[in-house]
Design a protein around this ligand. Structure first.
Ligand code: IFM
Length: 466
């Protein structure tokens, strides 16, 4: 780890991020309806140790304390997500004012602390009622999403400037509807491709609804991957093309190039039948954006491999004849992810070169899960996380120095939280949460390191971003 702090241009934004189901708890309070993650996590065998988000970090009741932690950190902005089923318990129709009131209070508390809110409208928690009607496989869900976006923006648009429609639609579509490792736990081919399309469509329909309600900065957050082939062989190069189609082009081509990915037929064959597309959808999806949110954790290397299912018609959309390899020889986080900061720089340069008209980027997530230990005196020292953050921020500064337009960085995550199917064993927070002790918060040494980085940046540039 380099000892000097990375340096960023004046006006560069620093933030911290969370998501509703991962921290809020209060799963059945004040009229919240169930989401697919309530159903999934309550289904035996779906999450590690049967973990659920019923209580999580109890942020719903402790949000004032969490705003104070953010204030102490000195961040410019806080990225949080709104739980769709808190606002619209059935996903459409009836509005639950108490749900909106919660986000209203949070917004006001943040503003009073000098922190600008950045709202993610969809961080994977589809109302169960909509899943029962087909979920993201159904075009109607895209329309309901736009209506929900309008409801939230009409209430908060006067105070919230920055809006993110979707978080990591790759995970919603392919981990949720093809791999089945996330809610709703489906393992489908064409259904998952339809979900991917309808997520993009929902995003595109939401953009004008948000603008009409006064949103100033609108973007979408993608978890694009820096992918390399294990070798130059024709077979591995084919695997690379298929992986790039699945992970990246599915999103970037419609959003930033106005076309569907060229590699669809090679990747999915007849599964990608386009039955879910209509004329005009690309124009909706390509609505101009003010920023693109990027989440980065680790790179991918792939090689050619046999499909798991021999009958092409029965394959899931992630069964593309590709296997991940791990040639990096570096440290891994507790998620099993290799730590390769230079891949972060490479991804940003690649994107800039491929899409010259890419909107400015915000890094909306970056961080690491580590085996944190609380010492006898109550402290949590997390040098591996500090090294991960320092190295990735240096890698980001390198990309900016090379001319990539990145305007800000949100650390993932403010708090240890419910890491989806991996439960509470994976800790990403810069603040430790003691789940056995009423969700007590203990800032880790990474919190102090990030606070000092932000303070040094301000002292050097004299600027604060809103
Ligand atoms: O915790 C998740 C988050 O919800 C989405 N991006 C990746 C994080 C770490 O896995």
């Amino acid at each position: 780890m380099p000892t000097e702090l990375p340096s960023f241009p004046p006006g560069f934004l620093f933030g911290a991020a969370t998501a509703a189901y991962q921290i809020e708890g209060a799963h059945d309070e004040d009229g919240r309806g169930p989401s697919i993650w309530d159903t999934f996590s309550h289904t035996p065998g779906r999450t590690a140790d049967g973990a659920t988000g019923d209580v999580a970090c109890d942020h719903y009741h402790r949000h004032a304390e969490d705003v104070a932690l953010l204030e102490g950190l000195g961040v410019d902005s806080y990225r949080f997500s709104v739980a769709w089923s808190r606002v619209l318990p059935e996903g459409r129709g009836r509005i639950n004012d108490k749900g909106l009131d919660f986000y209203d209070r949070l917004t006001d508390d943040l503003l009073a602390a000098g922190i600008s809110p950045a709202i993610t409208l969809y961080h994977w928690d589809l109302p169960q009622a909509l899943e029962d009607e087909g979920g993201w496989r159904s075009r109607a869900t895209a329309e309901h999403f736009a209506s929900y976006a309008a409801v939230v923006a009409e209430r908060l648009g006067d105070r919230v400037g920055r809006w993110i429609t979707l978080n990591e639609p790759y995970c919603s579509a392919f981990v949720g509807y093809a791999e089945g490792r996330h809610a709703p736990g489906a393992r489908e081919g064409t259904g998952a491709l339809a979900a991917a399309h309808h997520l993009l469509l929902g995003h595109g329909l939401a953009v004008p609804a948000l603008r009409a309600a006064g949103a100033r900065e609108i973007g979408i957050t993608l978890n694009l991957d820096r992918i390399e082939a294990a070798s130059d062989s024709a077979a591995d190069q084919g695997a690379l093309r298929r992986a790039v189609t699945l992970h990246n082009d599915t999103w970037t081509e419609p959003l930033f190039a106005g076309r569907y990915p060229a590699g669809e037929a090679e990747t999915w064959g007849a599964l990608a039948d386009g039955s879910y597309r209509r004329e005009g959808d690309l124009e909706v999806i390509g609505a101009p954006l003010d920023f693109v949110g990027l989440n980065f954790y680790r790179p991918l290397t792939v090689e050619d491999a046999p499909h798991r299912e021999t009958d092409p018609a029965r394959r899931t959309a992630v069964d593309i004849g590709v296997r991940e390899t791990d040639p990096y020889g570096t440290r891994h986080t507790t998620m099993g992810w290799p730590v390769v900061p230079r891949a972060f720089t490479a991804l940003l340069l690649e994107l800039r070169d491929r899409y010259p008209s890419l909107p400015p980027a915000l890094i909306t997530e970056n961080g690491s899960a580590e085996a944190d230990v609380r010492s006898a005196d109550g402290r949590v020292d997390d040098p591996d996380r500090v090294a991960y953050l320092a190295d990735h921020l240096h890698a980001l500064a390198d990309a900016i120095d090379a001319g990539v337009d990145v305007r800000g960085y949100y650390v993932w995550s403010l708090l240890d939280n419910f890491e989806w199917a991996r439960g509470y064993g994976q800790r990403f927070g810069i603040v430790h949460v003691d789940y056995d002790n009423g969700a007590e918060r203990i800032p880790k040494s990474s919190y102090a390191w990030y606070r000092d980085l932000i303070a040094a940046h301000r002292a050097r540039t004299g600027k604060r971003r809103s």
